[in-house]
Design a protein around this ligand. Sequence first.
Ligand code: B12
Length: 317
Amino acid sequence: MDQQQLEAIVQAVLNELKKQESPHTPSPTAPASAPTSSKASDKSNALIIDLSDPTAPEVRNAIGVANPMDPEGLRNLKSTTPARIGAGRAGPRPRTLSWLLFQADHGVTQDAIYGEVKQEILDQFGLFTVQTMVKDKEEYLLRPDLGRKLTPEAKMLLEQKCVKNPQVQIVVGDGLSAAAINNNLPHIFPVIQQGLEAANISMGTPFFIKFARVGVINDVNTVIGADVVVILIGERPGLGVADAMSAYMGWRPGPGKTDAQRDVICMITNNGGLNPLEGGAYVVELIKKILRHQASGVELKLKTSEEVTENPPSDVL
Ligand code: B12
């Protein structure tokens, strides 16, 4: 078979496939609302198969169900959530675009987890860096216990550089998303700083902890002795949002304290979460509440249960 015959067969197959596509049914590789990008029928006979970008909003939000019973209902349902609903299927399998979108989103989570917090962002707020007992990212993922312990060198540095016994100690940790810190810290940090200053609450010397887990605040406070420790940390990225930050905090953290004695303000991100400016204001309000009641976590909830029902807007959890 020569080259010309081969090209003719390929062209015939492609024409056949094109004919089979119903004009009303979104194709798995090119949803109705997405710009079609298969240029196979080009007169020049060049065979270019080029897929649409699966992360483009019109592709991400396209309805993939072939013949929905209630198209408008499905569209409404889909518009309420970024969750992967109405994606359709090819037999028992996901469609190519669903699979590519999944892979692309997964790639973003990997970048967030394995990425680095930018030095210029830390410098912007004068944050120096200390490290936990974790050596590298692989160990960080496998050994959360080591991410809760500072190295002896780190403790020495804190001893030398930090103000002791402040009312509030703010620390920043990379956690599971460097993107969370890179994108949100510049917005949230000044709000917290100014909010505490305005409320006449003393703040310790802030710093950055590499390979940090939430529980490291217990170890931090064995050196600092603050009333409240707040850690701004990258959350585990999801397959939709990879740059969300959380603020975990506790009243007088120390050895043996658990998450039951901590509070969290989560999902701080400009990508469909609590925007970091508002998040900063909530953090300050929660710190005030913890200081006022000298308690955090479940204990704080029990102490303030009446306040919560009487005054819901001031309660952020
Ligand atoms: C992973 C996760 C868990 C895991 C934690 C396991 C682990 N070792 O990592 C498990 C499944 C055990 C879990 C359980 C719970 N979780 Co959870 N969890 C998450 C998730 C998906 C990611 C957290 C993260 O990335 N943390 C950052 C990393 C770096 O921290 P880490 O040190 O590795 O892990 C610590 C924290 O994750 C912490 N943690 C996890 N959940 C919670 C909840 C609270 C209230 C506190 C104080 C701490 C805490 O526990 C880990 C060990 O110390 C978030 C969703 C989100 N958007 O953040 C929800 C989330 C934080 N969890 C939530 C809740 C409600 C809970 C539970 C109270 C559910 C329940 N009713 O039992 C329990 C409490 C567990 C506890 N530690 O005391 C809520 C908090 C809502 C709020 N504002 O109060 C969130 C935001 C989910 C949600 N949208 O509802 N959780």
